[in-house]
Design a protein. Structure first.
Length: 154
């Protein structure tokens, strides 16, 4: 079982875990099995150190995708790898190779100091994560949102 301690409802589930029954991760909770800090943001990625509570091992992780949501996703992947017996350093190295998916904060192009970024964020949580990521950097944001057409079932 892998649990994100940054979400209150999930953290509540971890209280009843016996040692070795699950792996927890967090950006903030010191009791997590894997803890990420400090974060170094850039427009094209995010870097952090992940520390394993049980061994004290600390590994640098450099993602080619920006945003706190991607740090949380990386911690989830590292937790699964840990649960499967994969070493932290090995798993972190492979995460550094991931370049993201199409239309998720994808830079379409830059001209005249204007960068166009495409993102298919399609629900409030994903839209919030995208906006949080974009607001972490200087400059003016011009946003266009295209709502999805409502499906009709007959």
């Amino acid at each position: 079982m892998v649990l994100n301690l940054d979400h209150a409802e999930t953290a509540a589930l971890s209280v009843d875990l016996k040692p070795g029954q699950g792996v927890t991760y967090s950006l903030r909770a010191m009791q997590a099995d894997l803890l990420a800090s400090p974060l170094v943001r850039s427009p094209t990625g995010i870097a952090f150190q992940v520390k394993a509570r049980d061994t004290g091992d600390a590994v640098e992780v450099a993602l080619k995708v920006p945003g706190l949501h991607n740090v949380a996703n990386a911690l989830a992947a590292l937790s699964v790898a840990k649960a499967c017996g994969v070493g932290l350093a090995e798993a972190a190295a492979h995460l550094g190779e991931f370049s993201g998916i199409r239309r998720r904060l994808e830079v379409v192009g830059t001209a005249n100091e204007i960068t166009v970024i495409d993102d298919f964020a399609h629900n409030p949580d994903k839209i919030s994560a995208t906006l949080e990521t974009m607001h972490a950097f200087p400059g003016r944001l011009l946003l266009m949102f295209q709502p999805m057409a409502t499906a009709r079932f007959v």
